[in-house]
Design a protein around this ligand. Structure first.
Ligand code: ADE
Length: 229
């Protein structure tokens, strides 16, 4: 899959793309491309934002700047682009990101993420240049860059080849294999530490019993965390 990220801080992603599962996804054919919005601004002095009409604190990302960046990169009208490509504006009030949303995006060939900064986007960016909005949670970050990394992390690890062990993404929290429930508890050696023993069933070697035990624990967790289901 190809992910384009429009940002004022492309250097933030240098560390991110060096992380193993991201690097694996890229080595397996995915691309993660950062477009520096400031490089495309038609305004002097690298200006990208302005004070809000009607007054108020902070600065708002300008619609003409994002329009110019999208037009320059895709060489097409950004309004038309948003009708045929998922162009996602990252904003705290957007559609909440969850595992289902991540799977949906992992099924796309191309996506675009627009990172806001300062007080956010001029609303016309969201109305005309974005196909949708996305929020990683109901809190305000100082920009969309960390949200973009969260989205890329959750999406890219679903692609074949991103994780070393192919089975590790299929049975994790909220996966289809667990009927959308949180993952069951996991244990590793030692079998006993400070008197805390690993559940006997996991040491038993009875695969059916283990499968049943895990399904039950997973369902228990769903029941005790209703907002997760
Ligand atoms: N930009 C600022 N805060 C954000 C959030 N919570 N989710 C997505 N993008 C954001």
């Amino acid at each position: 899959m190809n992910i384009d990220i429009f940002t004022l801080f492309p250097e933030w992603f240098e560390w991110f793309v060096s992380q193993r599962h991201v690097a694996n996804a890229i080595a397996s054919g995915s691309t993660l491309n950062c477009i520096d919005v400031r490089e495309h601004t038609p305004l002097s002095g690298g200006q990208v934002d302005d004070s809000p009409y009607g007054g108020g604190a902070g600065m708002v990302l300008r619609v003409d700047v994002i329009g110019a960046a999208l037009q320059a990169h895709y060489r097409t009208d950004p309004v038309a682009l948003a009708h045929r490509r998922r162009v996602i504006a990252l904003t705290p009030g957007g559609r909440l990101f969850d595992e289902r949303f991540a799977s949906e995006l992992a099924g796309e060939r191309d996506i675009t993420l627009l990172c806001g900064r300062y007080e956010g986007f001029d609303e016309r960016i969201i109305e005309h240049f974005a196909s949708e909005t996305l929020s990683i949670g109901r809190y305000v970050l100082s920009g969309g860059e960390l949200a973009a990394m969260v989205v890329c992390d959750a999406v890219l690890r679903k692609l074949p080849g991103a994780l070393g062990d192919e089975s590790s993404a299929s049975e994790e929290s909220f996966s289809e294999a667990l009927c959308g429930a949180p993952e069951y508890p996991q244990y590793t050696r030692p079998a006993e530490y400070r008197g805390w023993r690993v559940p006997e069933v996991l040491l038993s070697g009875h695969h059916d019993r283990i499968r049943r035990w895990r399904a039950e624990r997973s369902e228990e967790r769903r029941a005790s965390a209703p907002r997760l289901s």
